[in-house]
Design a binder for this molecule. Structure first.
Ligand SMILES: Nc1ncnc2c1ncn2[C@@H]1O[C@H](COP(=O)(O)OP(=O)(O)O)[C@@H](O)[C@H]1O
Ligand SMILES: [Mg+2]
Length: 259
């Protein structure tokens, strides 16, 4: 069974990409067949996994726009046992090009259908906007969305807009779309602010917040410049421990035994 989750929050810099690749890396380490889909024209997930976005033969753009089989562009990192459908700057055009396409909101969902059964988990990393690419990500989120929220002042700001978009997608396209969980990121145990934000987000999303909170960690910020997930760059760090715990929490909630 393939579970598809979309990482979404229209705010930039909240940890969508960091969570996509590190959660993906730990799910893979725990024996899952994992595919990360880079749906962001900035291609950060692609770069963070050490792939040169300017030199990929194809990726998300081709699968969305040309109807090319996504499988032909998937790159497998043998060491990490992690697969990636890369993005490239061409994806920036997709937002505009999709407007005139038939079934423009369901393109990604369709593109992923042939991949069902080949992976245990597909994680889709969205751009920081609520445009057509993100809507494609939401419609493809068969098993729900995962919302990273940064532990900072005004953390909840903008989440109303996200909730509205989710609601619109539910009424027009995908009634079963659900929120799988909120991940708190960049928690700083030394500040009252972080602790307050955790309480506030838990109040706002009762029973929907993952217990594994990701701390602010220099190692997590450094890892992308080596093209590595934290599991390979600094496996003993607090950030690594948090993402490993998050992966285990997700598996447990999904009723999947790690192998
Ligand atoms: N827990 C963390 N601790 C420290 N830095 C982090 C953490 N999570 C993310 N970052 C850094 O913050 C920046 C934004 O994170 P990113 O995952 O790219 O956000 P988004 O994809 O939502 O725009 C990146 O430079 C990333 O390395
Ligand atoms: Mg990102």
């Amino acid at each position: 069974m393939t579970r598809i989750y979309t990482l979404v929050n229209q705010k930039g810099g909240v940890g969508k990409t960091t969570t996509s690749i590190n959660l993906g890396a730990y799910l893979a380490q725990l024996g899952q067949r994992v595919l990360v889909i880079d749906l962001d024209p900035q291609a950060n997930a692609t770069s963070c996994l050490g792939v040169d976005k300017l030199n990929v033969p194809g990726g998300t753009y081709e699968a969305l726009i040309n109807g090319a089989p996504a499988s032909s562009f998937i790159l497998l990192n043998e060491k990490l046992k992690l697969s990636l459908l890369p993005s490239s700057p061409a994806l920036a055009g997709a937002e505009v090009e999709l407007v005139d396409e038939l079934a423009r909101e369901t393109r990604l969902k369709k593109a992923l259908e042939p991949l069902r059964g080949r992976y245990d988990y597909i994680l889709i990393d969205c751009p920081p906007s609520l445009g057509l690419l993100t809507v494609n990500g939401l419609v493809a989120a068969r098993d729900g969305v995962i919302v990273p929220v940064q532990c900072e002042y005004l953390a909840l700001e903008g989440l109303g807009q996200l909730t509205n978009t989710i609601q619109r997608v539910r009424s027009a396209l995908f009634p079963e779309l659900r929120v799988r969980g909120v991940v708190l990121t960049m928690f700083d145990p030394r500040t009252n602010l972080s602790t307050d934000v955790v309480a506030e987000v838990n109040r706002h999303f009762p029973n929907q917040v993952f217990k594994s909170v990701v701390p602010r960690s220099v190692r997590l910020a450094e890892a992308p410049s080596y093209g590595l997930p934290i599991s390979a760059y600094a496996p003993g760090s607090v950030g690594a421990q948090a993402y490993e715990a998050l992966a285990k929490e997700l598996l447990k909630g999904d009723g999947v035994k790690p192998s």
